[in-house]
Write a protein that binds this ligand. Structure first.
Ligand SMILES: [Zn+2]
Ligand SMILES: [Zn+2]
Length: 303
């Protein structure tokens, strides 16, 4: 993959600093005063919907690496879920991640861990690379995605879809879960927004960023590959199997990142279920290659 000429330029992003700062502030300030069990349930459901269905299942294993094929409706629905994680639209996310794999842990990697833990975690979002930001860049890094009108819509309307979700949560909390008979419960409406939007967004931000930082810093280089990727069990638990990141860097197209029974991979369980009912096809499974130390549990030669 050839980088765009502007890859060495960066621009300080006030937009990202203010956005990420405000989201963290609201989440921390609102967590105690706006706690409710209903809010916590909204947090849990949306953590899975945006983090697993959206980011790991769709943006990562499907759109970036083509680890399986899915019907168009499922691609579009899960891409909407991924956009609700507010980490950029599908095209920007995929373009960034493809560059990361092409140049892992080198100066050309957007979140190069050799520049320090903080840079790979969130610092790279403060000083944004200038080669992954507009249509010409996306045509270079994700030509398959720029042809999809719905993905372009999501790319341009990330905040709009979040506001719609927030409005729905506000109404659901106020009218359905509220304790004001026949009226609107403002506390419950705000509780669902604080937990379902802001705290959930902060949690999904950090588990995604830990894949770039912690899973390139701490853990096992099980596949003896030359980059810094690691298999990290706690990142895998928090990030739906993505912490088996050394496996993933060794064989990026495999839909399964946790190759052994003890490498818990929640996204893989979802993929297997959807494959079993005939929704997913062409699932790329771990295969033995020269130099692999042992055969992944349950691996088949099917690709
Ligand atoms: Zn990586
Ligand atoms: Zn990847």
């Amino acid at each position: 993959m050839k980088l765009r000429p502007s890859w060495q330029q960066t621009q300080f992003s006030w937009r990202n600093v203010l956005w990420i700062g405000a989201v963290h502030l609201i989440a921390l300030a609102g967590a105690v005063p706006f706690f409710s069990w209903q809010g916590l349930i909204a947090f849990g459901i949306l953590y899975y919907v945006t983090g697993m269905l959206g980011i790991t299942f769709c943006f990562h294993r499907l759109l970036t690496h083509h680890g399986y094929t899915a019907p168009r409706w499922l691609e579009n629905f899960t891409a909407l879920c991924g956009t609700l994680a507010c980490q950029g639209g599908p095209i920007n996310w995929v373009a960034t991640h493809r560059v990361h794999h092409a140049y892992s842990d080198t100066p050309r990697d957007p979140h190069d861990v050799t520049r320090g833990f903080w840079h790979s975690h969130a610092g790279w979002l403060v000083n944004l690379r200038c080669d992954i930001r507009d249509y010409e860049d996306y045509k270079n890094y994700a030509p398959d995605l720029v042809k999809r009108p719905f993905f372009v819509f999501l790319e341009n309307n990330m905040i709009f879809v979040q506001v719609i979700l927030g409005g729905l949560l506000f109404l659901l909390g106020g009218f359905v879960f509220g304790k004001v008979a026949g009226g609107f419960d403002l506390f419950m409406g705000l509780s669902l927004i604080v937990y379902g939007i802001f705290l959930r967004m902060v949690a999904v931000y950090h588990i995604t960023w830990f894949v770039n930082s912690a899973a390139h810093t701490w853990g096992d280089n099980a596949n003896k590959i030359s980059d810094h990727s690691k298999n990290n069990w706690w990142v895998a638990l928090l990030a739906f199997g993505e912490g088996w990141h050394n496996n993933h860097h060794a064989h990026a197209r495999f839909a399964r990142h946790g190759w052994y029974w003890w490498q818990f991979d929640q996204t893989w369980i979802l993929i297997r279920c959807l494959e079993a009912v005939g929704i997913l096809k062409d699932v790329v499974r771990p295969v033995l290659e020269e130099g692999t130390r042992s055969q992944p549990d349950g691996a088949t030669a099917k690709t």
